[in-house]
Ligand binder design. Structure first.
Ligand SMILES: Cc1ncc(COP(=O)(O)O)c(C=O)c1O
Length: 386
């Protein structure tokens, strides 16, 4: 299998070549469709959440599943993140290769090859992983023992999403005790992430769900403590709910990911007074070109579903309230243009409906500062096996 470092090397050679052509170029000269970052807006988002976490006395372990970028992870660390979350072993490998040394794989890792690679990675960095199964714990223990490494484990509890995770309370205690008895493993705490609450539109509804999650997490932490198992990490939260977990007094690590870019769907999630959550800005765009303007009332651009993910809805046209994307096919999107303003060749910026799977469609980010290309960053952890 290709090693993350070889993939990174070959991509960097290519990027250097492209950067020579594109550095200093403005929006009008960009190839389309392409994935673009507004660097300064992204930095403001990163600084905002970092500042908020420190004001609430909780750690931020930013989720790299959103961007899969070593460059962005490094910036998040420079702004005070205690570490990075990844969702896959290959993402964690790419991050370690890029110099990130404290990683939570916020997921269950099963399968012999993945477990072996995780155990080997733990020789080079602090590696934490979620568990919800005793047999999986035994396999992790054996692999860490063979690799001569230590893997830290968070017992994941299900706080309402009905996805992964054991039942809070006694079941979590049994699994935590099982971890603590195994060689090569350390019991590090719990993960209580409520994915299903993140995109709930109304503030009061999200608050209610996270209050329930906090009660379940608090009860489990107490039970563990009574049995002599202390939770160094009580982790969870995403962009939609982090303010509730941060204020709970139970959670000490936030795992937000999308805040770095914000997408069109997250902008429909409302704060207490109907404002956007967290005051984050759009910093990720797909640059597209109008390729056809034949019919009155609409136009067609070159960014279809191969250029952005529509699982959470169609993209929004940035800065153009008069335009609406209505449907997308592979390489086309139809834009309603009621006043017939668009002309072929015109460039537009689309705010993707869902940022994570959109980034996963590209090999590179074109980074813009003050309207000009300043850099090209690889989507470092994209396209790797495992
Ligand atoms: C376990 C876990 N933690 C954190 C996040 C980050 O959530 P968000 O991108 O909504 O901030 C996710 C996203 O899916 C997740 O699965």
């Amino acid at each position: 299998l290709p090693e993350a470092k070889d993939v990174a090397r070959s991509r960097l050679d290519l990027l250097e070549h492209w950067l020579n052509d594109l550095r200093g170029v403005g929006l009008e000269q960009l190839p389309t469709p392409a994935l673009l970052i507004d660097h300064d807006a992204m930095i403001r988002n990163i600084a905002k959440l970092a500042g908020y976490a420190s004001s609430q006395d909780v750690r931020l372990r930013a989720h790299a599943k959103t961007h899969k970028s070593v460059d962005i992870a490094r910036i998040q660390m420079n702004y005070g993140a205690c570490g990075i979350c990844c969702q896959k072993v290959s993402e964690a490998e790419a991050m370690v290769e890029g110099g990130i040394k404290d990683i939570l794989v916020s997921n269950q890792v099963v399968g012999e090859a993945k477990i072996r690679r995780l155990a080997e990675l733990a020789r080079r960095a602090r590696i934490i992983v979620c568990v919800d199964d005793g047999d999986n714990v035994d396999r992790l223990s054996r692999a860490a023992t063979v690799a001569g490494s230590t893997i830290e484990c968070l017992v994941e509890i299900d706080v309402g999403s009905a996805r992964c995770g054991v039942t809070p309370g006694e079941q979590a205690l049994r699994l935590a005790a099982h971890v603590a008895e195994r060689t090569g493993l350390v019991f590090a705490g719990i993960q209580a992430y409520h994915g299903a609450a993140q995109h709930v539109r109304l503030h009061a509804d999200r608050k209610e769900r996270i209050e329930e999650a906090c009660a379940l997490a608090a009860g489990t932490v107490l039970l563990l403590r009574k049995s002599g198992l202390s939770c160094g990490i009580v982790g969870g939260a995403g962009t939609g709910t982090f303010q509730f977990e941060a204020a709970s007094g139970v959670f000490n690590e936030l795992q937000c990911g999308s805040y770095v870019f914000m997408d069109a769907d997250y902008q429909k999630v409302l704060g207490e007074n109907g404002e956007g959550i967290g005051d984050f800005e759009n910093s990720l765009f797909v640059v597209t070109e109008i390729m056809s303007k034949v019919r009155s009332g609409n136009a067609v651009c070159d960014a279809g579903v191969k250029a952005h993910s529509i699982d959470s809805g169609v993209p929004r046209v940035h800065g153009r309230a008069d335009l609406t994307v209505t449907r997308c096919s592979d390489e086309h999107a139809v834009i309603v243009d009621p006043h017939d303003t668009l002309v072929p060749g015109e460039k537009l910026l689309l705010v993707p409906g869902h940022c994570d799977p959109t980034c996963n469609l590209y090999d590179n980010y074109i980074v813009m500062r003050a309207g000009k290309v300043s850099d090209i960053w690889p989507v470092s952890a994209r396209g790797l096996l495992m």
